[in-house]
Design a protein around this ligand. Structure first.
Ligand SMILES: Cc1cc2nc3c(=O)[nH]c(=O)nc-3n(C[C@H](O)[C@H](O)[C@H](O)COP(=O)(O)O)c2cc1C
Length: 558
């Protein structure tokens, strides 16, 4: 076969192979074709691993089967499930050669041309190489099958693939034993029709892009002294020694002042978990790979995470926001879509986001809170999820306060000593590389995270709506720090629910001069601290509204 278009047309995703061996020259020629493919900024970040061992293939097949089963269970349609399970979607044990094609994202550690728009360009380069290999194998009378139905975390672990290498999938290579009738196998089996023609749209109109602005007034806390005195009097005259309910008394006074009443009530409480990905996660600063962010979102949506349990327990409505996860979610999920981009850029060498994106984050957060307010909510807890976001939060804390980066970093999801050292090195370097001004918005655009800024925007709006603002752990508190820098009056509405195990959280709480309700050694995020502290907040309101006073109970006071 010589004609390029003939080769392109006859290339097939192959799942039926003969037992013929693949000669070395064939494989080498194909890999050379892969190597000829374009790569962004000539990064040459594509990596190839060859697998011939039956034991390894067997193990990978088991991984496939586990996910295949999982995929089948995502449909409730029994007929669809049955026909899906009948499809042959791999040839892992049959194909004489297995190959893992991946890309080395550590190339992002140094300046790389072409990755500022999207660091996914490195992945796309590996896909170009894969297609060249597929075509070169076809031209030589061989073929390939792409297996992506795998848990990539387990896949990498069993193959001992370094943390900074991201596989595109597992590829089965061999001589095809197929008669797919010159069409995709899925089409031949009537699973789906390939569209007859490509989907091409001619763009002729342009849209005027208006710059978004988000303005916040720096207000002074304006305490209603008359109401404060009434509330304090009410608290002091309950049937208890003065101050005996400790922090609950302080909370009762605060909540009364926020809701401007002596008989406050929490209505329609919500916890909102803002999720996003972080470019800095490409530098090995977390114990987990980036894809865990999207996996956890699925877990939230399916009701299986800690925050689901605690919200259900305390009758709190839970909402999940895609603030900028590096993944395309289906459009019909129960997810609030406020995706600004698929993850920030790594701020090691360049700004995490543009000024417009930064402003959009603040606006998005405000819009979400407004919607909940309109539904009658007067209390919002702010939680987050995003692999790499302790690094973003630590850097923000360091650049927005007098603390050094050493004082602001911690183990996050639980990094080892070696990774902690690397985290410190990378984050110190990022701060050193920054050449911008000390202006708050400049710092936020350079070092920010989409979920952190959306939380800050939401908190500022919650203050404007006279809502109670529940702050979770370290990252949520850094979002609060940003909101506080924009409007210091916001502190009157904020309740700090839990002091996290992340070392710098206490430093930040002390800096803000606030007292958290709980110290449970949790370090989970997700708004878990807000949900767990919620009954205590209700107790503060409960005693204020329902406990007898010395007068009403006829008990003698001091
Ligand atoms: C990124 C990617 C991942 C894929 N993953 C799988 C897979 O896990 N299992 C499978 O049977 N086919 C997989 N395929 C194959 C496609 O289903 C196949 O290419 C498509 O049906 C068209 O068939 P054709 O390649 O023969 O034209 C994958 C293809 C691509 C491009």
């Amino acid at each position: 076969m010589n004609d390029l278009y003939e080769i392109i047309a006859s290339r097939r995703d192959t799942r039926h192979f003969t037992t013929d061996k693949v000669p070395n020259e064939v494989l080498e020629k194909a890999i050379e074709a892969g190597h000829q493919a374009p790569s962004v900024g000539l990064t040459d970040a594509t990596r190839y691993y060859i697998i011939e061992s039956d034991t390894i293939k067997k193990k990978i097949k088991e991984l496939f089967l586990a996910y295949h089963e999982k995929a089948a269970n995502t449909t409730d349609d029994e007929a669809q499930k049955e026909s899906y399970l009948k499809l042959k979607l791999e040839a892992i044990e049959e194909a004489p050669i297995g190959m893992v094609i991946g890309y080395d994202r550590s190339v992002l550690d140094s300046f790389t041309i072409g990755t500022v728009g999207s660091n996914e360009a490195i992945k796309f380069s590996a896909v170009c190489a894969t297609q060249n290999i597929w075509l070169a194998l076809t031209e030589q009378g061989y073929s390939m099958g792409w297996v992506s139905i795998l848990n990539y975390y387990d896949f990498k672990t069993i193959l001992n693939i370094p943390e900074h290498i991201e596989p595109l999938g597992y590829f089965c290579i061999g001589k095809p034993a197929t008669d797919y009738g010159n069409q995709p196998m899925l089409q031949q089996l009537d699973w789906k029709e390939k569209k007859a023609v490509a989907n091409v749209i001619k763009l002729e109109e342009m849209q005027e892009v208006t710059k978004t602005t988000f303005s916040v007034e720096k207000e002074k806390a304006n305490r209603n002294e008359a109401l404060a005195q009434k509330l304090q009097h009410k608290i002091d005259h309950k049937t208890k020694p003065e101050g005996a309910l400790g922090l609950l008394e302080k909370l009762a006074l605060q909540i009364g002042l926020v809701f401007k009443t002596e008989t406050p009530e929490i209505k329609n409480p919500h916890i909102v978990v803002f999720a996003a990905d972080h470019g800095i996660a490409n530098h090995g600063v977390s114990a987990y790979p980036q894809e865990v962010t999207r996996q956890m979102i699925t877990n939230f949506l399916e009701g299986g995470a800690a925050i689901n349990v605690f919200c259900k327990q305390n009758d709190i409505a839970l909402e999940i926001v895609d603030a900028g996860v590096n993944y395309d979610f289906p459009t019909n999920t129960n997810l609030i879509n406020k995706k600004v981009a698929k993850g920030t850029q790594s701020f090691l060498q360049t700004a995490a986001m543009s000024y417009t994106e930064m402003e959009l984050c603040l606006k998005n957060g405000a819009a979400i809170v407004n919607e909940m307010h309109q539904k009658g909510s007067n209390c919002i807890g702010f939680g987050e999820m995003g692999i790499g976001n302790t690094s973003t939060a630590s850097v923000l804390l360091s650049v927005l306060t007098p603390f050094t980066i050493e004082e602001c970093i911690g183990r996050g999801t639980g990094v080892t000593n070696e990774k902690l050292e690397n985290k410190l090195k990378i984050l110190s370097q990022a701060i050193q590389n920054y050449k911008g001004t000390e202006n708050l918005d400049d710092l936020l655009a350079y070092f920010g995270g989409f979920e952190i800024l959306q939380m800050a925007g939401g908190m500022l709006q919650a203050y404007q709506n006279n809502m109670l603002i529940l702050i979770d752990g370290f990252i949520s508190s850094v979002a609060f720090l940003i909101a506080y820098k924009k409007n210091p009056a916001i502190k009157t509405n904020a309740i700090f629910c839990h002091c996290s195990e992340e070392k710098a959280h206490k430093t930040l709480l002390d800096y803000l001069e606030v007292e958290p309700i709980l110290h449970l050694r949790m370090r989970l995020g997700e708004g878990s601290g807000c949900a767990v502290a919620f009954p205590i907040i209700q107790s503060a309101i409960g005693f204020l509204n329902e406990m007898a006073s010395f007068e009403s109970a006829g008990v003698s006071s001091k």
